[in-house]
Design a protein around this ligand. Structure first.
Ligand code: NAD
Length: 266
């Protein structure tokens, strides 16, 4: 991404859910642009430590890790306080952590509804609440919420996910209005299909259900939703996040940015 070599040097980025998939792609892109990184997400501690040290060495930036559970408001607030002390605060907040569960409304388990709303929607509120005072004080900040094509349109079987992602777009707009003259922008990225563990699970389930290969299930997924028969990559979403942090994007705020192979153009 060419927004100037190391244009984000001196900035600190927290990317929630960055031990995997899209979050990791965004973290790598921000670190590549010179930002220090606070990683977050679940996984094997030894694997995460290797990832953390590897990113720090590859991009020559500071990389820290917080195991805060995004379903818990108190852990999100504690992570922000810790980041203030150890990294000097959060300049770029990427709310990315997310989970999925698929079932018709009448069978949708309450605990899955509550977990998806907590992680995919309430965590975005708690994260913004925790970092906004610091951003206002510095007069600069970037909030990037990873929503989804499902923030703009619905699919069956995804009640909690679609409700949460539509909510994320509403929250993003509120933040954009409140922060309009504080030097802080708030935008949402709305990906279509991205081949990550979150989608792998759904592909596996479809392949099993229809007795087809995972490759054939992937082709079906794309054909059902996207005019463009290809997955978006975490790297491309990372580049879009870097652009949103650039000076050129300083008046872009409150926008849902689709990167979805034409999904919502239909
Ligand atoms: P993923 O499963 O690869 O990664 C999810 C990340 O979130 C992991 O790092 C995981 O450890 C973390 N996480 C989950 N629950 C957490 C919790 N309670 N606390 C802290 N971290 C937690 O999924 P992904 O596909 O990379 O999804 C990332 C985001 O992108 C999600 O918000 C998802 O809704 C969104 N998205 C994904 C796609 C897609 O096709 N993959 C499309 C549109 C939007």
């Amino acid at each position: 991404m060419s927004i100037g070599n190391k244009a984000l040097s001196g900035k600190v980025a927290l990317v929630t859910g960055s031990t995997s998939g899209i979050g990791l792609g965004i973290g790598r892109a921000l670190a590549g642009a010179g930002a220090d990184l606070l990683l977050n997400g679940f996984g094997d501690p030894a694997v995460i430590e290797t990832l953390r040290a590897g990113l720090a060495a590859e991009f020559a930036v500071r990389v820290a890790y917080s195991r805060a559970d995004m379903s818990k408001a108190s852990e999100i607030a504690a992570m922000a306080i810790e980041a203030e002390a150890s990294l000097g605060g959060i300049d770029i907040l990427v709310n990315n952590a997310g989970i999925q569960f698929v079932a018709p409304i009448e069978d949708f388990p309450e605990d899955r509804w509550n977990a998806i709303i907590a992680i995919n929607l309430s965590a975005v509120f708690h994260g913004m609440k925790a970092v906004i005072p610091g951003m206002k004080k510095k007069g600069w900040g970037r909030i990037i919420n990873v929503a989804s094509a499902h923030g703009l349109v619905a699919s069956g079987q995804k009640a909690a996910y679609v409700a949460a992602k539509h909510g994320v777009l509403g929250l993003t707009k509120v933040a954009a209005i409140e922060l309009a003259n504080a030097g802080v922008t708030a935008n949402a990225i709305c990906p279509g299909w991205v081949l990550t563990p979150l989608v792998d699970k759904q592909l596996g389930a479809r392949a099993k259900e229809e007795s087809i290969t995972v490759d054939a299930a992937a082709k079906e997924f794309l054909a059902e939703k996207q005019p463009m028969a290809q997955f978006t990559t975490p790297e491309a979403i990372g580049d879009l996040a870097v652009f949103l942090c650039s000076d050129a994007a300083r008046t872009m705020t409150g926008v849902p940015l689709s990167i979805d192979g034409g999904w919502v153009a239909q």
